[in-house]
Design a protein around this ligand. Structure first.
Ligand code: CAA
Ligand code: NAD
Length: 284
């Protein structure tokens, strides 16, 4: 079984930076890749801050924290991932872009390496067709923020081997996560159920049922959730929510998944949420 000495992570956004942190804290050397140098710079600061939060609460020793920070290498060169035992992809939620990356990666990484995707909704079986190693392709779906949330969903594609599944599950458990397994259908478990709630919250706002504040307070206090659905959508990214709903709608064929026009309009306007400083709410 692979011991995951070297972990590659592609996409240094909110998810990739958190996944890289988990891998470094668990003892792996990490190569975190992004095409955008600014994203790498932001990821470096966010990993450092997050580790510091765990250290200051006594949940991580200072020594382990310092070593973990030093284990993360930042790069924009795909060739640097050559020695990885597993590469976890966390780039934009687009099947075409992910497939193109998987095809390139397949030619670069060693024959034994696992290619995992943190996709929120896209078919693992279809991503695997971009490679010559479909038995080593798997979905490893972390929740946001990865250092804090306790769950990883694992999704096997049609050809994913037992060996790949067992090794990936072991790695998620080494990160301190509980694993649930989903069949490879659009949106898997969590987003199949979460996204219709978020979409309905946009419909409630769109049709004037209540103010955004009351919709969020209603769901937060009324159903004991840490964030209201509109606040959570801003946290996830409205662009990510829209991409997931489109995959659910196309893949499951039910009009109940059709994205609310108001959500579409926010994304068209570039109001994609907390990461942009503006979404349903303003963060300036
Ligand atoms: N690193 C380290 N610690 C962090 C952290 C980070 N990045 N973010 C939050 N924390 C810690 C804080 O230190 C704090 O710890 P204590 O309780 O021990 O003091 C705790 O988390 C709560 O933090 P805050 O009180 O400061 O609250 P917050 O506004 O920062 O939010 C939250 C914390 C964990 C995000 C919480 O609001 C929450 O759980 N929200 C819901 C998140 C959720 O539902 N995520 C799943 C989205 S769906 C998904 O991810 C799948 C998909 O494909 C879209
Ligand atoms: P993000 O927009 O914060 O970050 C994506 C990063 O990928 C950006 O820094 C971008 O520069 C980089 N990138 C895009 N294309 C690239 C390429 N071809 N090569 C290298 N880097 C590239 O996005 P995110 O919220 O971190 O989401 C990333 C993935 O994780 C998506 O598939 C998303 O569905 C999934 N996901 C998101 C959440 C969430 O709450 N946001 C939760 C679970 C899973």
């Amino acid at each position: 079984m692979a011991d995951f000495k070297v972990v590659g992570v592609i996409g240094a956004g909110q998810m990739g930076s958190g996944i890289a942190q988990l891998a470094a804290v668990s003892g792996s050397d990490v190569f975190l890749l992004d095409k955008d140098a600014g994203a790498l710079h932001t990821a470096k600061a966010s990993i450092s801050n997050s580790i510091q939060r765990f250290v200051s609460k006594g949940q991580l020793s200072k020594e382990v924290g310092i070593k973990a920070v030093a284990r993360v290498n930042y790069t924009s060169n795909l060739e640097d991932l050559r020695s990885a035992d597993i590469v976890i992809e966390a780039i934009v939620e687009s099947e075409d872009v992910k497939k193109k990356l998987f095809a390139e990666l397949d030619k670069i990484v060693k024959a034994s390496a696992i290619l995992a995707s943190n996709t929120s909704s896209i078919s693992i079986t279809r991503l695997a067709t971009a490679t010559k190693r479909p038995q080593q392709v798997i979905g490893m779906h972390f929740m946001n923020p990865p250092p804090v949330m306790k769950l990883v969903e694992i999704i096997r594609g049609a050809d994913t081997s037992d060996e790949t599944f067992n090794a990936t599950k072991t790695l998620a458990e080494r990160f301190g996560k509980t694993v649930v397994c989903s069949r490879d259908y659009s949106g898997f478990i969590v987003n199949r159920i979460l996204m219709p709630m978020i979409n309905e919250a946009f419909h409630a706002l769109y049709t004037g049922v209540a103010t955004k504040e009351d919709i969020d307070a209603g769901m937060k206090l009324g159903t004991n959730q840490p964030m209201g659905p509109l606040e959570l959508a801003d946290f996830i990214g409205l662009d990510v929510c829209l991409s997931i709903l489109k995959v659910l709608h196309a893949g499951l064929g039910d009009s109940k998944y059709a994205p609310c026009p108001l959500l579409v309009q926010y994304v068209d306007a570039g109001r994609v949420g907390r990461k942009q400083g503006i979404g349903v709410y303003s963060y300036h």
